[in-house]
Design a protein around this ligand. Structure first.
Ligand SMILES: [Zn+2]
Length: 148
């Protein structure tokens, strides 16, 4: 996301929109973009520095550590903030800052149920496991009966 300094006038610039997902290169690590980055930020110049603040939202597909199923998670950065010195170029690229904040807000141990949209299948399977165990117990009893 390149900011042209000429666009940023004294009153600042409001940017609200979508942009291509900036973390495409993480697919090898199991983090796949599931849509565009949504941003809503204010940009301004103060002295010799550029500042930006606002919010970011990036849908990604992650793999649940419990059930190993892929699910879509929205990385939310509610307080994106940048303050960077201006030294020369007419444009400032905010993409490295956005990437950094998205990565900082990635869950270290993603679980599909964190967003509250679904119940993790690893949990759903627990009663099933208990049922088979009970059946096994009965069959053990049956064998005992046969013996006696
Ligand atoms: Zn899960």
């Amino acid at each position: 996301m390149k900011i042209h300094l000429k666009q940023v006038r004294a009153q600042g610039l409001h940017l609200d929109g979508d942009e291509d997902c900036p973390i495409h290169d993480l697919e090898a690590e199991g983090i796949c973009c599931a849509g565009p980055l949504h941003y809503n930020i204010e940009v301004g110049i103060a002295g010799r520095a550029l500042w930006a603040r606002g919010s970011l939202s990036q849908p990604v597909e992650l793999r649940c550590v419990s059930c190993l199923e892929n699910f879509v998670h929205y990385i939310q950065v509610p307080a994106f903030a940048v303050h960077t010195e201006l030294n020369g170029p007419e444009t400032v690229d905010l993409t490295p800052f956005i990437r950094e904040d998205l990565l900082l807000n990635l869950p270290a141990h993603p679980r599909c149920e964190t967003d509250g949209n679904r119940v993790c299948r690893a949990k759903q399977q627990k009663p099933v496991v208990q049922d088979t165990k009970r059946k096994l117990d009965w069959s053990a009893l049956d064998k005992l009966k046969l013996k006696s």
